[in-house]
Write a protein that binds this ligand. Structure first.
Ligand SMILES: *Cc1c(COP(=O)(O)O)cnc(C)c1O
Length: 499
């Protein structure tokens, strides 16, 4: 399997090269050049396999320059019961007949980013050695919360890799900050940046763009790399859980062989739902993909009208991991919808860069609407949904999942479609506990309580244990104390590596 850039100026690279590079040098994203098909018989044969075996059969098709042993090693290091609190890795919880919640948050940081970031470091370090890289890989991350911690947990103690995470000093929640400051591992650094997320992000971008600095690091045998969600090594592992969820329901005879189902996906950067799109293209029986947005509903407008317009007010919501106005991974969907028309994709991306918007042609728009349906939920609807789902089913969902649930209700209301449906659940309710407790117990219950106290409130209300990754955070030693200005971030990288 070879990969090429969505924009056409970089072709014929192996999966290891695509994963090592992350983004294509022409600014595009790497996409597989051939279609992978899992036919009905193969799907049937996969029913009896466990998560890791299913993952192996899917990943080996996309990563065929890795040996089978390498892929198995990576899978074993990632998807095990030390890292995941559920033996089935991503369990599907039955809410009622025909409606299931796919829990993607049993990994170490309690959010779905773990599904990819537990395996990416192993794929990446092997990609480096397979492509003749002699330097150690240094991952730089700017985070607004979830990604930084998930990347730290994925990369900690991985031989041949170092990781440095920059977070805005005032821009993350107390729990998120403590999760990062108490991070253990012999190759990790966590640094506070004076400023907001944009300061941290542009600081990291400047470091990547600084050729002299990169050369200096290279001489010391370090190569900078990124672990963000446009890396193919993050996308491919996400295809697996759509197959696995389908197979789990098939194993329970909830769905008949070949029966089509819907997936609902709470969406931000379009990575998670794009993996579902790939699964559908590979032959997984999927009727509709329902793209759920919050008030930052740029994707809902796009899917309905074919016009992508980022020029709108950015709103901070209670589902912050979906507060995104530029969904980078959408570029891959455009590439496939246009039948791999690089020049059209490049033109639209140039329009987006220049004018803040683009409009796709009628044919692509119609093709998109056959597969995707979208709506959004605001904060009020999100809280109401958490409350009503808890009342009706005794199940507690986080804010992002509740956005998905509400949009699913809107979907059935609008279409009457009774197809069996799986809602992707992207975070544990403990991770966004303030909104969750407020929704279930009312404003009074959260008054004067910080997030650490609310963990206990939620645990008592739900009867569930506080997840290991969030427990006793205030008792763990703070291991990272560096604070820097945006303009001094390169210096911190140098000190950390060359010390
Ligand atoms: C990252 C994230 C999302 C959005 O996923 P995308 O792949 O960016 O669309 C949704 N929910 C949670 C909790 C997340 O961390």
């Amino acid at each position: 399997m070879l990969y090429e850039s969505t924009r056409g100026n970089y072709r014929g690279v192996t999966s290891a090269e695509a994963i090592k590079l992350g983004i294509a040098p022409d600014g595009g994203l790497f996409v597989p050049c051939d279609r992978v098909t899992i036919d009905g018989q193969k799907l049937q044969d996969m029913i009896k396999l466990d998560y890791r075996e299913r993952a192996f059969l899917i990943l080996k098709e996309f990563l065929d320059d890795y040996s089978e042993g390498e892929i198995r090693d990576c899978l074993k290091l990632a998807y095990n019961t030390e890292n995941f609190a559920s033996p089935v890795i991503a369990p599907a919880h039955r809410l009622r007949d025909g409606l299931y919640i796919l829990e993607l948050w049993h990994g170490p940081t309690c959010a779905f980013k773990d599904m990819a970031l537990q395996i990416l470091p192993h794929l990446l370090t092997r990609a480096a050695s397979k492509t003749g890289e002699k330097s150690a890989i240094v991952i730089l991350v700017a985070t607004s919360g979830d990604t930084g911690k998930a990347a730290l947990e994925g990369f900690k103690n991985v031989p041949g890799a170092r990781i440095i995470v920059f977070y805005p000093e005032q821009g993350v929640s107390e729990i998120q900050k403590l999760q990062m400051l108490t991070q253990e591992g012999n190759n990790v650094a966590v640094v506070a940046v004076r400023g907001n997320f944009d300061d941290a992000q542009s600081g990291v971008k400047n470091i990547f763009a600084d050729e002299a600095f990169n050369l200096e690091l290279q001489k010391a045998n370090y190569r900078l790399s990124s672990a963000n969600s446009i890396n193919w090594g993050r996308l491919a592992p996400q295809i697996v859980y759509y197959f696995s969820a389908y197979l789990d329901l098939a194993a329970q005879n909830v769905i008949a062989p070949g029966e089509k189902i819907n997936f609902v996906v709470p969406t931000g950067n379009f990575g998670n739902i794009l993996a579902a799109y790939y699964a559908r293209e590979m032959g997984l029986p999927v009727h509709r993909l329902i793209c759920a947005a919050n008030t930052n509903n740029v994707l809902t407008d796009f899917i309905r009208t074919g016009v992508y317009n980022r020029s709108r007010r950015f709103v901070k919501t209670i589902s912050p991991s979906m507060d995104i106005l530029i969904s980078s991974n959408l570029e891959r969907l455009l590439y496939h919808l246009t039948g791999r028309d690089h020049s059209r994709v490049a033109r639209w991306m140039a329009d987006l860069h220049r004018a803040g918007s683009y409009q796709v042609d009628e044919h692509s728009r119609n093709k998109m609407r056959q597969i995707l349906w979208s709506d959004y939920a605001d904060d009020k609807e999100t809280l109401e949904t958490i409350r009503s789902v808890h009342q009706r089913y005794g199940y507690i969902m986080d804010t992002h999942t509740a956005v998905g649930m509400k949009v699913y209700e809107k979907y059935t209301g609008a279409t009457g479609d009774g197809t069996k449906t799986i809602v992707a659940s992207t975070a544990s309710p403990f991770k966004f506990n303030e909104s969750v407790v407020k929704a279930i117990l009312g404003d009074q219950a959260v008054a004067d309580k910080d997030e650490l106290e609310l963990l206990h409130v939620l645990s008592e209300t739900s009867g569930l244990d506080i997840p290991a990754g969030l427990k006793d955070l205030d008792r763990k030693p703070v291991l990272h104390k560096t604070i820097t200005d945006r303009d001094s971030m390169a210096g911190v990288v140098k000190d950390t590596l060359l010390g």
